[in-house]
Design a protein around this ligand. Structure first.
Ligand code: NIG
Ligand code: FE
Length: 419
């Protein structure tokens, strides 16, 4: 049984008190311990505190220091393994050609309507075999890990038929088994209307509710169900139909809400009891009030605004209104091809007016709540899974200050050093 004693951290960010998503001023409280230490046994944290506290706790439990591995983190910052609660991890190919089209004046929706965008990635993903998709996604997971990310949510949505949606979800399952990063699965058959159903979108909605959802549930391939609720994609009414069917079958609803226009997706998320509402670049004031009241986690994706050259979601306004905010990369081939959650944290500070402490809460505790995992991950507390990152920076403010860099030194996942 492997034992680790990590000591000397300049700042150990515990994020303790993670029983519910953090809101308002709580988002600035990182539970910082100076001269911080952590003791880990197997895959679990057994003690957190100052060096003195943790050493005495560990000695009581272990008796001697024999067979205890020691890591000196003097001068460093330690925090929970980062969590990315919104990615489109599994797909084939890339779309740099569309970036070029957008930089020459076309819009994202124009490209999608002309059969590009999500539909072009769907074509390539359908043509790819499981092994090929696994290999491409593993390369992305390697990059996530180097960025300190130890858990990601991953959506289907580039299959858009029963056969290919299930194939994508089987890839997700294999990734979770074969790669150290933990992968949490979301079914998103409602990512776009496929070409074959362009003229009868409601028939595609029925295919999702009557065939895809039951198969996803019976094969236990996902925990969550997401819908791209947007004009020209799935209406509020269609989204509600899909999410109600998903909920009745045991999947937890999530929504791509108010990304390109104020569509009413946030209000739907609150009404239906979604665990998160994501994007929200164009959310209305009523939408924000509804999210705050229902305590739906707002997952904000600054990389998407950056890459689509759109105005950023108003993170400041949402936090001040009492909405629990999380951050994510949205990692996908069309609107945010990145695995750098660290860059997202920087963008959120500089373009969403979030504070350096709030962005850390947003990629740990609140991200864990957005994927229903806060009982195990997102904070450093005794009994929690031993997922942590050691940054080679003297204090957490450096993560915002020294921008565009990667100061991750080591990453522990389930008690094992994986970076
Ligand atoms: O989250 N909004 C919809 N889906 C993705 C984009 C996917 C793509 O362009 O391939 C998003 O931004
Ligand atoms: Fe997305």
């Amino acid at each position: 049984m492997e034992k680790w004693l990590i000591t000397g951290a300049n700042q150990l960010l515990t994020l303790q008190g993670a029983g519910r998503p953090k809101t308002g001023k709580e988002m600035n409280d990182l539970g910082i311990i100076e001269d911080g230490a952590v003791a880990v046994e197997k895959d679990t944290i057994i003690a957190v505190g100052t060096r003195k506290e943790v050493e005495s706790e560990a000695r009581k439990r272990w008796g001697s220091w024999e067979k205890v591995n020691h890591m000196d983190a003097t001068g460093k910052v330690i925090m929970p393994g980062l969590i990315d609660p919104h990615t489109h991890l599994v797909y084939a190919g890339s779309r740099e050609d569309e970036l070029n089209m957008r930089l020459n004046g076309k819009t994202y929706l124009e490209i999608l309507e002309a059969g590009g965008g999500i539909l072009s990635t769907t074509q390539r993903t359908r043509a790819a075999g499981i092994d090929e998709l696994v290999e491409q996604a593993k390369a992305r997971l390697d990059r996530f890990l180097k960025n300190g990310v130890t858990t990601v949510e991953a959506k289907s949505g580039y299959g858009l038929s029963p056969e290919h949606e299930l194939k994508q979800l089987r890839v997700t399952k294999r990734l979770n088994e074969e790669h150290p990063v933990e992968v949490v699965s979301t079914f998103m058959g409602a990512h776009a209307v496929p070409k074959e159903y362009q003229k009868q979108p409601d028939a595609y909605v029925r295919l999702i509710t009557d065939e895809m959802i039951p198969r996803v549930v019976s094969e236990r391939l996902a925990e969550f169900c997401d819908v791209f609720c947007e004009r020209g994609v799935f209406s509020v009414e269609q989204s509600e139909t899909i999410l109600r069917a998903a909920k009745a079958a045991g999947l937890i609803p999530k929504i791509h809400a108010d990304e390109l226009e104020p569509t009413g997706g946030a209000e739907l998320a609150a009404r239906i009891g979604a665990i998160s509402a994501d994007h929200l670049l164009k959310v209305s004031d009523e939408g924000i009030r509804a999210l705050a009241k229902a305590k739906v986690v707002a997952v904000l994706l600054p990389g998407t605004a950056f890459f689509l050259m759109a105005p950023f979601a108003d993170g400041r306004k949402m936090i001040d209104a009492g909405v629990p905010v999380a951050l994510s990369t949205d990692c996908n081939p069309g609107s945010s091809p990145t695995e750098s959650l660290l860059l997202m944290m920087n963008l959120a500070c500089f373009h969403m007016k979030m504070t350096p402490a709030e962005v850390i809460t947003a990629v740990t505790v609140n991200a864990a709540h957005a994927i229903g995992r806060a009982d195990r991950i997102g904070s450093l507390e005794p009994g929690k899974q031993a997922d942590l990152v050691v940054f080679d920076v003297p204090n957490y403010l450096h993560l915002t200050y020294h921008y565009g860099s990667n100061d991750v030194e080591r990453v522990m996942k389930k008690g094992k050093w994986v970076v």
